[in-house]
Design a protein around this ligand. Structure first.
Ligand code: FAD
Length: 612
């Protein structure tokens, strides 16, 4: 067994920042990650980090844009904390040596991004995430923070009191990918989940194969609710054949979208008469698909993104990486021809419910980064707002887990007297029914753990047994079959345009996937680098997460942000200014709602019509 004060699971932007903060607060801190830190998916971030740094801009404008972008589903205390702290935290990166792009006079450059009222996106070429990871990893090494890389975290070790709010997280169980050893990691103070997004629940995604929602699923099984999972961002400019992202930086620099008739459709058809290509992502993604549906798409599938008019010098200076991506993954030379693009799953606005200090409702369990929902993005994330979230809330979670007092949070978590229960929707499936093996979460299995060691030992035994079962089974279904069926269903039915019938179909298929998973087996017998085993675990997580996305999409019968419903194509503030929470209790998912907090420090963000 390994033991530290704070265990951070994940070494992307959020995990590295949390670990640095916990270490600075005096805690013996360790990072456990299935990937080496600089291979984390944050490295794929291209466009930049929003922070109100320039004269004329201020954090209040950043907060306002974020709230409007969220379609008034962001919680004001979190949104304002993001906008305020992003300034100092971005400058701290600069002081740590982050090579931000600069103007002639030496000031850090900032570019326009979708939905921003000011050019506020700070960047390092088109490789912002890559530099962010390297800059922070350097700080981790400098501070001597222990990194267990290529350790796959399989589950949490929590106690299992009836009420999740009374439960305690004592550590994690992890599998050493290099040796096959399964061990417990005891956390004396807290565990911070920073495991990134669940993009692999979809077939066409900009996310890496490592984005499998592991943290989401582990927290959910332990009793922490997942919040606003129906809000999935589909990025308007992914390459059609692979899903690889073409950064919003291209449109930020002046790139233009055309349909098959050469029309600049964002203006031509009135999708966004003021901002055009730089409207918020949900607006542009719907516009593109409408063009395709109405017969104005190229090859009935995509539209064109043209940056040729920017000129070779500017493209090479600011967007060189984009040229390589278009050439390598689509065989297109962006200097001489337009690039084909279509919407692809990109980001999960929802996640593990936390407060401003990163705490979940389970004592000692924190979450930060894309796996968390604090919530700053609400119904739609503005481009460039995820990276500041990593550094602002990663830092806060790390500090709090290390024992620093950050004041009482305004945002509440877990089931409490401020929530409203779901009463109306006729769910087509009860995912926990029929005696299916659900999770293996310690919390779900009964028997109260007496102490931390007991909880951890029991959790380790459970995972060793599970691996034995998976490896000793001679035949059955392979995880890849189930995974691709799940991904296809999510892409077909829980995409940009959603219908009640479609989402119900997806839920049925997810249910079938869960049933098939009962017969899953691991064909590869090796104990070293057994990706078959790891991906079998990940597929189980994807099933859990996909189900919460589809359940949220079914109950939210309105159109808000990235969530469009055919049956009710209006934003319904009277009934839906509330967060959707799905929690795993007593063998079934239960759905409840918590009101949005629109009251900020000094003003209330009154919902307005959202146009760009
Ligand atoms: C292509 C692309 C471009 C983007 N560009 C921008 C941008 O320009 N600006 C912006 O603001 N946002 C951008 N985003 C969004 C943003 O990059 C991500 O939301 C963010 O980087 C996620 O960071 P993270 O630290 O939460 O997770 P990640 O960087 O994905 O890190 C997750 C970590 O968790 C570890 N992990 C996961 N599961 C386990 C497990 N079971 N056991 C152990 N370790 C585990 C992984 O090894 C990894 O280290 C972009 C996203 C994509 C996909």
């Amino acid at each position: 067994m390994y033991e530290h004060d704070v265990i951070v699971v994940g070494a992307g932007g959020a995990g590295l920042r949390a670990a640095i903060a916990a270490n600075e607060a005096g805690a013996d801190t360790a990072i456990v990650s299935k990937l080496h830190p600089v291979r984390s998916h944050t490295g794929a971030a291209e466009g930049g980090i929003n922070a109100a740094l320039q004269e004329g801009d201020d954090w209040e404008l950043h907060a306002y844009d974020t709230m409007k972008g969220s379609d008034y589903l962001g919680d004001a205390p979190a949104v304002e904390t993001l906008a305020q702290d992003a300034r100092e935290d971005t400058m701290r990166l600069e002081h740590w040596g982050m090579p931000f792009s600069r103007e002639e006079d030496g000031r850090v450059s900032q570019r326009p991004f979708g939905g921003l009222s000011y050019p506020r996106t700070t960047y390092a070429g088109a490789e912002t995430g890559h530099h962010l990871l390297h800059t922070m990893y350097e700080q981790v090494v400098k501070r001597g923070i222990q990194v267990y890389d290529e350790w796959y975290v399989m589950n949490l070790a929590t106690s299992d009191e009836d009420d999740p709010n009374d439960r305690e997280c004592h550590g994690v169980v992890a599998y050493d990918v290099q040796s096959g050893q399964i061990e417990g990691f005891k956390a004396n103070n807290g565990v911070v989940l920073a495991t990134g997004g669940p993009g692999q629940a979809f077939d066409h995604t900009t996310n890496a194969v490592s984005c499998t929602g592991d943290g989401h699923a582990m927290a959910y099984r332990a009793g922490a609710p997942l919040e606003d999972m129906e809000f999935i961002q589909f990025h308007p400019t992914s390459l059609p054949s692979t899903g690889v992202l073409i950064s919003e930086g291209v449109r930020g620099e002046g790139g233009i979208l055309f349909n098959n008739e050469g029309e600049r459709f964002m203006f031509e058809y009135g999708y966004a008469n003021n901002s055009g290509e730089l409207a918020s992502r949900d607006v542009v993604a719907r516009a593109e698909l409408t063009e395709v549906d109405e017969g104005r798409g190229v090859d009935d599938e995509y539209v064109h993104l043209d940056m040729r008019h920017l000129g070779e010098e500017r493209i090479l200076d600011r967007l060189e990486n984009i040229l390589h991506l278009a050439e390598d993954f689509e065989g297109v030379d962006g200097l001489v021809e337009p690039m084909p693009v279509k919407p692809g799953q990109h980001y999960a606005m929802g996640g593990i419910e936390t407060d401003e200090n990163g705490q979940t409702c389970i004592n000692g369990l924190y979450a930060a980064g894309e796996c968390a929902c604090v919530s700053v993005h609400g119904g739609n994330r503005l481009g460039g707002n995820a990276l500041p979230e990593l550094i602002v809330f990663g830092k806060r979670a790390g500090r709090h887990a290390a024992g620093e007092d950050l004041g009482d949070p305004e945002i509440r978590t877990g089931y409490g007297d401020d929530v409203e229960d779901e009463t109306e929707t006729d769910l087509p499936v009860q995912p926990g029914a029929a005696g299916l093996e659900r999770s293996g979460g310690v919390a779900a299995d009964g028997g109260v753990a007496a102490d931390a060691e007991g909880a951890l030992e029991r959790a380790v035994e459970r995972e060793r047994d599970r691996v034995d079962r998976l490896m000793n089974k001679d035949s059955g279904v392979q995880h890849a079959e189930i995974r691709s069926k799940l991904q296809q269903a999510m892409t077909d039915y829980v995409n940009v345009f959603r219908t009640e019938a479609g989402v119900k179909k997806a839920l049925k298929i997810i249910r079938e996937c869960r049933e098939e998973y009962q017969d899953v087996y691991v064909d590869d017998p090796s104990t070293t680098f057994n990706t078959d085993l790891q991906q079998t675990y990940e597929t189980r997580n994807l099933i859990d997460v996909a189900e919460t996305i589809a359940l949220g999409a079914l109950v939210r019968n309105e159109f808000r942000g990235a969530h469009w419903r055919q049956e009710n194509q209006i934003r319904d503030d009277e009934n839906w200014l509330k967060h959707t929470l799905v929690s795993w209790d007593d063998g079934e998912p239960s759905i409840f709602y918590r009101p949005v907090i629109l009251e900020g420090e000094e003003k209330t963000y009154e919902p307005k019509e959202r146009s760009y």
